[in-house]
Design a protein around this ligand. Structure first.
Ligand SMILES: NC(=O)c1ccc[n+]([C@@H]2O[C@H](COP(=O)([O-])OP(=O)(O)OC[C@H]3O[C@@H](n4cnc5c(N)ncnc54)[C@H](OP(=O)(O)O)[C@@H]3O)[C@@H](O)[C@H]2O)c1
Length: 284
């Protein structure tokens, strides 16, 4: 039985992906920061997938210590990991000011970019033992609104420039695309693929964000009419996890129709990728 670890699988697309992947016969490990929400999700995933091969690991992607503890817990039970999906992400549209993680790093940068890089690096030894390992990262179609966006190499944490939750979020997603391309190059000879999904507008449970104003909730509900369901979006995750024809497809960017698409020119440039990964490694 192949094993798949997916972070942030207690809600939205993550929980639906966990159900679909478990139903396809994978042992699924869900990584959640709240044990309470994780336990509830575990029950739902087992029930909906009709599989008992689902387990929970606590992980806070914004904390290096928590990520390393989760890695230890996984390694203690599993010698091989076949698939790693970096689904968890922070994006609370009501956030007005930068927040600091337990490690003193701006939380969106820490959760959405640094956490996945640290998690991948520390799980690679057991992914390399898979017959064919797969690492899947998650970006966003919203990046199209910022075609000229770059990772701010001098101020990724918004210490000196004006904070915008959208800019912080899209910067972290851009960095994830670039990380994916570099990982794909580096792990090619180890039979590990790395691909990124461009998630489109997907309905979320807006009530999960207590500080979002009534007006923004109203706007969101109207916008949701043009969104797809978490279940539909999760089908692309499941496709990337399970499709045998993808065993040698790596360093690609996929949309919700399972088509290979292009990311921005900036994100594909090797010098830019070098610079973003040099910056990233300073944090590790
Ligand atoms: N929905 C969209 O329209 C959309 C568009 C583009 C991209 N995406 C991407 O799609 C992915 C899934 O999002 P979603 O739409 O399913 O939203 P969601 O329901 O809000 O799911 C986000 C998940 O990430 C978890 N998470 C947040 N911070 C965490 C942390 N520090 N450590 C561990 N887990 C953490 C959340 O757990 P808690 O319950 O503990 O908060 C939740 O389970 C994300 O990568 C998101 O950026 C979504």
């Amino acid at each position: 039985m192949k094993t798949c670890f997916i972070t942030g699988a207690n809600s939205g697309i993550g929980i639906q992906a966990a159900i679909q992947i478990a139903a396809k016969g994978y042992h699924v490990i869900i990584g959640c920061r709240s044990l309470d929400r994780g336990e509830k999700a575990l029950i739902e995933i087992k029930k909906e997938s009709k599989s008992d091969a689902v387990e929970l690991v606590q992980i806070d992607m914004s904390s290096k210590a928590s990520v390393l503890k989760a890695v230890d817990a996984i390694k203690a039970k599993h010698e091989v990991l076949d698939v790693l999906i970096h689904n968890a992400a922070a994006f609370d549209i009501s956030q007005k000011k930068p927040l600091q993680s337990a490690d003193g790093i701006e939380t969106i940068w820490a959760t959405n970019h640094l956490g996945p890089v640290i998690l991948t690096a520390n799980l690679l030894p057991i992914i390399q033992k898979s017959e064919q390992g797969r690492v899947i990262t998650i970006a966003s179609k919203g990046l199209l609104i910022y075609p000229n966006l770059k990772v701010d190499l001098k101020d990724p944490e918004f210490n000196y420039r004006k904070f915008s939750v959208a800019k912080a979020y899209y910067q972290s997603k851009l960095a994830q695309i670039m990380f994916t391309y570099r990982l794909a190059e580096k792990q090619n000879e180890n039979n590990i693929t790395a691909n990124c999904i461009r998630v489109t507008n997907v309905k979320i449970d807006i009530d999960r964000y207590p500080n979002v104003s009534a007006f923004m909730k109203w706007v969101y509900k109207h916008k949701s009419k043009f969104s797809i369901s978490p279940t539909e979006m999760a089908e692309t995750y499941t496709f990337l996890v399970t499709d045998p024809d993808l065993s040698a497809v790596t360093g690609k960017y996929f949309n919700e129709k399972n088509e290979i698409i292009s990311s921005s020119k900036y994100s594909m440039n090797e010098d830019n990728i070098d610079n973003v990964m040099k910056l990233t490694h300073k944090y590790l």
